[in-house]
Write a protein that binds this ligand. Structure first.
Ligand SMILES: Cc1cc2nc3c(=O)[nH]c(=O)nc-3n(C[C@H](O)[C@H](O)[C@H](O)COP(=O)(O)OP(=O)(O)OC[C@H]3O[C@@H](n4cnc5c(N)ncnc54)[C@H](O)[C@@H]3O)c2cc1C
Length: 498
């Protein structure tokens, strides 16, 4: 078979978005996905007739003219998405066990006004905080793209602490916790999380938070359609088992242990960098020290996901996410390490097509890998009774915790499904089932932010480990990687003017 221009390993958003960008610019592309279904964290699956999403619950900057919208427009899928705008008065609600609830509202003016009702003495501080978020979010806005740049800087914010930057603007301890209360979205670590990540994610949600109705698989499927429409190939059940090198070039990829070979002029690894390094065969270029450096980088915690499949019509839909806190210090999640003493849960509702009732409630809570490590030699579906009992027990604890905030919840549940970090590890090949990949430590941004280029001339990296994770971060990283082949100015303008 004639070599492809580009072979892409992995069909998460990083791989698929890169596949569309390159194929629509005339390159012959193939995507190689180990699973039977494309999408990585965008994959949806069915249980008992309910559609469950794996790793995307809401996405920001999706109003027309905003950055994520512009990327989806360029990728050719924006008109095909079934989106639900979240409640502009309260898209995120921070709940504390003392009964207090505080809303993050959409749009900066509304955001400041709503929080100033509860914290009138902090109006100026909130304005200062919002100004900083806008500075960071503005680095990748469509105007920047149209000027021929993908991102107009950011390193200065990557070296700032999220916790400290909030504290510099805000004096009130409770308000500081309200602003950081969704830090589960970026694996909030008091001593590591950067303001850059905090601001990119919060800015995009304050601008325009939406969720997908009918499953996040629609995004992956639409991207695959675009790739095929532009002449690309997408292969599932195609695990790349080695990346074969000769000198400083990849010559071919071995599929499913030698079943097939794929030749390509360029290769993009849209998978965890450690996995990419483990696949290299005949490597004389990348030094042992780099392997050790990547191995030593900390990965974010995994998430334990409890899906509550709701009895039909029993739970009215609310276009809001609730962060349930059992702690007054949201940076301190020590309680999670002690079994069923839950400290933080994110509760998201998945609506039916009419947006009237909730079909599925997803409860997400951080889970350190140590809690599931004893089953790490097993594979999904074959972990044994003890593991099943652990999952059932933990899911029951989390549901009871959520019930304390939402009385009557359990009574409306028809069935429960669970995914642990081991499930994510097996489905996405992310080490330890980490939710967001490499932790971006503000103390050392240069070390924890990897580059799209590798020392192998025709091998590139993309995906959540490059810049910021999440839908927006991964789309931007795909553009950064593809710009190595297409040129930054050319690609940025194409996206910006789409
Ligand atoms: C539980 C959870 C909730 C989340 N919630 C949100 C949210 O609400 N909003 C948001 O914006 N972000 C969210 N995120 C983060 C977001 O989902 C990810 O950052 C993003 O989707 C990662 O995309 P990716 O392409 O880098 O990697 P992935 O989606 O992990 O894709 C990697 C793909 O590569 C494949 N692969 C791996 N190795 C091989 C191989 N050797 N050969 C072939 N294929 C291979 C895998 O099967 C997988 O399909 C969440 C993540 C998790 C885990």
């Amino acid at each position: 078979m004639k070599p492809y221009d580009v072979a892409i390993i992995g069909s998460g958003l990083g791989g698929l978005a890169s596949g569309v960008m390159l194929s629509r610019e005339g390159m012959r592309v193939c995507i190689l996905e180990q699973q039977a279904v494309v999408g990585g964290c965008f994959q949806s699956f069915c249980r008992r007739g309910y559609r469950l999403d794996t790793g995307i619950h809401y996405v920001g900057s999706l109003e027309e003219g905003q950055t994520m919208y512009q990327y989806f427009k360029y990728l050719g899928i924006v008109d095909r998405l079934n989106l639900q705008r979240l409640d502009e008065e309260a898209f995120d609600v921070m709940c504390f066990t003392d009964g207090m609830r505080y809303a993050h509202a959409m749009g900066y003016e509304r955001f400041v006004n709503r929080l100033s009702e509860a914290f009138p003495h902090e109006r100026a501080g909130l304005q200062d905080y919002c100004r900083k978020l806008q500075q960071v979010g503005g680095l990748i806005k469509p105007d920047v793209l149209r000027s021929g740049v993908l991102s107009s800087g950011g390193m200065e914010y990557m070296g700032l602490s999220a916790r400290q930057e909030i504290a510099d603007s805000i004096r009130d301890e409770r308000l500081r916790n309200v602003l950081a209360g969704n830090n589960l979205l970026y694996s909030g670590l008091a001593k590591k999380s950067s303001f850059y990540e905090h601001a990119m994610i919060n800015h995009s949600n304050i601008e325009g938070a939406h969720c997908f109705v009918g499953g996040t698989q629609q995004v992956a499927d639409a991207l695959v359609e675009e790739i095929r429409r532009h002449g690309g190939d997408v292969y599932t059940r195609a695990t790349v088992t080695s990346i074969h090198l000769e000198g400083d070039r990849v010559t071919y990829l071995e599929i499913n242990g030698g079943e097939e070979r794929i030749e390509a002029k360029e290769v993009i690894a849209a998978i965890h960098p450690l996995r990419m390094l483990e696949l290299l065969e005949n490597n004389t270029i990348i030094k042992r020290a780099f392997f050790s450096r990547v191995r030593a980088l900390e990965n974010s915690f995994g998430l334990f996901t409890t899906y509550l499949m709701m009895k039909p019509g029993r739970w009215p839909y609310q276009a809001r996410n609730y962060y349930l806190h059992n702690t007054s210090d949201v940076w301190n999640r020590q309680a999670d390490y002690r079994g069923c003493n839950i400290s933080t849960v994110l509760l998201c509702m998945q609506p039916d097509e009419a947006r009237r009732s909730t079909e599925v409630i997803t409860l997400l809570t951080p889970m350190p890998y140590e809690m599931v490590a004893r089953w790490e030699e097993s594979r999904t579906g074959h972990r044994g009774e003890e593991y099943e009992a652990f999952k059932a027990h933990y899911a029951a604890c989390i549901t009871a915790f959520a019930e304390a905030f939402f009385p009557g919840l359990r009574e409306a549940v028809a069935a429960v499904e669970v995914a642990s970090p081991l499930t994510y590890r097996d489905y996405t090949a992310t080490p330890q089932g980490s939710a967001y990949g490499i932790v971006k430590d503000y103390h050392n941004p240069i070390v924890s932010h990897l580059s799209a280029r590798t020392k192998i001339g025709n091998l590139f990296l993309t995906g959540q480990n490059l810049n910021v994770h999440g839908c927006l971060g991964v789309a931007v990283s795909a553009a950064v990687t593809c710009s190595e082949l297409l040129g930054v100015e050319y690609l940025a303008k194409k996206i910006g003017h789409a």
